[in-house]
Design a protein around this ligand. Structure first.
Ligand code: FMN
Length: 143
C-alpha cells in the first residue's frame, strides 16, 4: 500500500492541523499521504485498504460531528473488520468521552485500533501535540 488515506472533519481548523501532521508523519516514513476532508471522499474508497486514519473533534455533547462524520463512521463500521485504524481529534472542555465511544465502536466493528486508543489534543495542537500526530502517521505507515 503506497498511499495512506487520512479522512477528517474540522470546523475550526484544529483537527485539520492534526490531520496534516499525521500526513506529514506518513510521508516521513516513506509513504504517500492523502489528507482529505470527509465530504470529499466516499467511504467506499476505504473498503480496499488495510490501514487508514480518521479524525474528528468532540462535537455536540461528546459526539462526532453529526452531518458528515457520523454517517461516514457508520458506513466504515460495516467493513472495518480486520483493518488497522488510527483515530485522532481535538476537544476543549470535555474529558475525551467522544473518543472513548469512537474507539469502542471501531473495536466492536472488529478493527485493530492503532495504539489501542485515539490521539486526543486539547484545542489547537501545540508542539507536543503536533509531534504526537506525526508519530501516529509514522506508525500507521509502518503497518
Ligand atoms: C458545536 C460544538 C460542540 C462542541 N462540543 C464539545 C464537547 O462535547 N466536548 C468537548 O470537549 N469539546 C467540544 N467542543 C469543542 C471542540 O471540540 C474544540 O473546539 C475543537 O478544538 C474543535 O476542533 P476543530 O477546530 O477541528 O473544529 C465543541 C465545539 C463546538 C463548536
Amino acid at each position: 500500500m503506497d498511499e495512506i488515506i487520512v479522512v477528517y472533519w474540522s470546523g475550526g481548523g484544529n483537527t485539520q492541523m492534526m490531520a496534516n501532521a499525521v500526513g506529514k508523519g506518513i510521508e516521513e516514513a516513506g509513504k504517500k499521504a492523502r489528507v482529505v476532508f470527509v465530504d470529499d471522499i466516499s467511504s467506499d474508497e476505504l473498503k480496499g485498504v488495510s490501514a487508514f486514519a480518521m479524525g474528528c473533534p468532540a462535537m455536540g455533547d461528546e459526539v462526532l460531528e453529526e452531518g458528515s462524520m457520523e454517517p461516514f463512521v457508520e458506513a466504515v463500521e460495516g467493513f472495518a473488520g480486520g483493518k488497522t485504524i488510527a483515530l485522532f481529534g481535538s476537544y476543549d472542555w470535555g474529558d475525551g468521552a467522544w473518543m472513548r465511544d469512537w474507539e469502542n465502536r471501531m473495536r466492536d466493528a472488529g478493527a485493530f485500533l492503532l495504539n489501542d486508543k485515539g490521539l486526543i489534543v486539547n484545542n489547537e495542537p501545540d508542539e507536543e501535540g503536533t509531534a504526537a500526530c506525526e508519530q501516529l502517521g509514522r506508525q500507521l505507515a509502518q503497518r
